[in-house]
Design a binder for this molecule. Structure first.
Ligand code: FES
Length: 238
């Protein structure tokens, strides 16, 4: 790493927390970052997975992580910071062991998403974008997860929890708090947000095939079409 001091161009805009300079990035992390950069014809295409890797080791986008990405990719820290603060999946401050999202976009809202968020928030004792004092949970109000056919939907560490109710959410949180084994309603084992971030960075945990690839509700239209002999019109010139 270059050793120069990282400076935010937007120090008061809710950007990356520059006061927390702690980091767990070590030689292994740097080697993995270089490995990611080597997977693409243009190294800078690896920035998004590299930032996920930073989150998996530091629990947030850290100043050291920004420096490391910039050094390895040969771009400026401002460019890295610009990307890290644009996408909502990159955290500027530490989250919980389990990151819980509740969708409140149109269809989930109609099916009770706002009430669900209220209940989850009350149960955890925190609001959206906050983390419990014991560091176990963080909460986020999510935009559509593209799982509207299972509304209302929650996410735990980016794994789906479909067709949720306040009672199911309370049980889920109790189980996670007790470190009980929990699976997504689609089958995947819930690990931790940091472990999920490592998978998003492109390092498999061998669990990709847990659960079905498409749920019953998503396949219903196809089933009905098959039963009725419907088919999509053939493409061609208008
Ligand atoms: S509106 Fe919630 S998943 Fe689409």
């Amino acid at each position: 790493m270059s050793g120069h001091e990282f400076q935010s161009f937007f120090p008061d805009s809710g950007s990356v927390d520059m006061t927390d300079t702690s980091t767990n990035i070590d030689a292994t992390t740097l080697a993995e970052m270089r490995q990611l950069a080597g997977r693409y014809p243009e190294a800078r295409s690896a920035l998004l997975p590299m930032l996920h890797l930073v989150q998996s080791v530091d629990g947030r986008i850290s100043p050291a992580g920004i420096e490391a990405c910039a050094d390895i990719l040969g771009i400026t820290t401002a460019q890295v910071s610009g990307v890290a603060t644009f996408y909502t999946m990159y955290r500027r401050r530490p989250g919980g062991k389990h990151h819980i999202g509740v969708c409140t976009t149109a269809l989930c809202a109609v099916m009770g998403g706002d009430h669900l968020l209220e209940q989850v928030s009350e149960k955890l004792g925190i609001g959206p974008d906050e983390t419990t004092p014991d560091g176990k949970f963080s909460l986020e109000r999510l935009e559509c997860n593209a799982a509207c056919d299972f509304a209302p939907v929650m996410m735990v560490n980016w794994e789906f929890m479909d067709n949720m109710t306040p009672a199911k959410a309370q049980q889920l949180i109790d189980d996670l708090a007790a470190d009980a084994e929990v699976t997504s309603t689609r089958g995947a084992t819930i690990t931790s947000w940091r472990e999920a971030e490592r998978v998003l960075a492109g390092f498999s945990d061998g669990r990709a095939d847990e659960g079905p690839s498409a749920g019953e509700a998503s396949l219903l239209g196809k089933k009905i079409a098959d039963e009725k002999g419907w088919a999509a019109p053939k493409g061609g010139k208008a």
